[in-house]
Ligand binder design. Structure first.
Ligand code: NI
Length: 135
């Protein structure tokens, strides 16, 4: 029987959704307020869900302290209080939509997690809007 454990975390970051191949008018029409030239911020909340078998020796699926440290060092340190477009390698070319941010987070965490675990990431850009990736 597989069991899921979830760690919540958050970071604040600024971004601008802008496709340089498009006109200013089209960018404004498609991205709305998120196209603001001088950027704007979001309070991103994430839920990182790890699923696997319970280790009979520990009674745990995964050490949540370890998972919290991985999230802190690999995600929060990278993105918290950053301008995603300007300050991060990941979004220099990639549009920092909630979908792409969630995908980048998933890929980074996936690299740090043993293959036997399933990984699912939910990212809230606002309290009402969230995206999900993984299993
Ligand atoms: Ni935005």
């Amino acid at each position: 029987m597989k069991v899921s454990v979830t760690r919540r975390a958050h970071f604040n970051a600024a971004h601008r959704l802008h496709n340089p191949k498009w006109s200013d008018e089209k960018n404004k029409a498609v991205f709305g307020l998120c196209n603001n030239p001088n950027y704007h911020g979001h309070n991103y909340e994430m839920e990182v869900r790890v699923t696997g078998e319970i280790d009979p020796e520990t009674g745990m699926v995964v050490d949540l302290g370890w998972l919290a440290q991985v999230i802190k060092h690999e995600i929060e340190a990278r993105f918290d209080h950053k301008n995603l477009n300007v300050d991060t390698e990941e979004f220099r070319e990639l549009i920092p939509s909630a979908e792409n941010i969630c995908l980048v987070i998933w890929r980074i965490l996936r690299e740090h997690l043993p293959e036997t675990y399933d990984l699912h990431v939910r990212l809230y850009e606002t309290p009402r809007n969230f995206v999900e990736i993984g299993n």
